[in-house]
Design a protein around this ligand. Structure first.
Ligand code: UGY
Ligand code: MN
Length: 247
């Protein structure tokens, strides 16, 4: 049932934000054509990451030149040809790419309606560590593990868990009733998109009913907790900054 006019489940605050599909407004972003592009999380709201949702029309494409930004892209539906530097692969639903800082990337020949989530962050090198390389993969090839031993909360870590990477992107899948074991409070921030199912997200001192399509930003030290509800598993894709000293 649509929400009554003038109402929204969304909230944008200084330490967290929830943006629902009803709130989406297109931004024109250089290099992305033939697509609806919604910038859901950005430094304009206090974040240090950019989370963008692209929905391609037939014939749309994205071409982004090399810079000091690294980009992770995840296909939430449909498929497209992805190129990162000299590497290329056709990505379907659940496919992903990682483009390191200093490389260019593109998405071309998308199926109509292909939806992609991007996380982009300025890369912070770590002295003595070789910079990360391009990755083209698929979430179905990434084994999951029970989070802190709980089989109701399964975690897939999509990027290598090594010091060279200063960002992590994971998928959490919860059985109905599965939940984070405690209210987390941590330095690292998150950008998140609900891939499927529904549940309740606690952010600071508010509890939000959430479902597939919703996007969340959790700033540093945002108290956070999730419980899956409903009849089907709830899954979300999320970003986290990792492996760098706080000062
Ligand atoms: O990795 C995390 O910090 C994760 N457990 N947080 C979250 O799902 N909100
Ligand atoms: Mn967390």
């Amino acid at each position: 049932m649509p929400e009554l006019f003038g109402h929204t489940r969304a909230h944008v605050g200084t330490r967290h934000a929830l943006i629902t599909p009803d709130n989406h407004v297109n931004s024109s972003v250089p290099g992305i054509t033939g697509a609806t592009t919604v910038v859901l999380v950005s430094p304009a709201m206090g974040a240090r990451v950019v989370q963008t949702q692209i929905t391609f029309q037939q014939g749309g494409s994205a071409h982004v030149a090399a810079s000091d930004l690294q980009t992770f892209g995840f296909v939430m539906g449909g498929g497209a040809l992805a190129s990162v530097g000299d590497e290329r692969a056709r990505l379907g639903d659940g496919g992903f790419f990682y483009c390191p800082a200093g490389s260019d990337w593109s998405l071309t020949s998308p199926k109509k309606g292909t939806q992609v989530t991007l996380f982009q962050k300025k890369y912070v090198p770590l002295p003595g560590e070789e910079a990360p390389r391009a990755i083209l993969g698929d979430q179905k090839d990434v084994a999951g593990t029970p989070f802190l031993g709980d089989p109701a909360a399964n975690l897939q870590v999509l990027l290598p868990d090594i010091p060279a990477f200063d960002m992590a992107v994971n998928i959490f899948a919860y059985k109905p009733g599965g939940h984070l074991p405690f209210v987390e409070i941590h330095l690292m921030e998150h950008g998140l998109v609900m891939l499927s199912g529904e549940g309740v997200y606690r952010l600071e001192d508010s509890w939000y009913p959430v479902r597939a399509g919703d996007a969340i930003w959790m700033g540093p030290y945002c108290p956070q907790w999730f419980v899956a509800m409903g009849k089907v598993p709830a899954r979300y894709l999320y970003y986290k900054d990792v492996n760098r000293a706080p000062l």
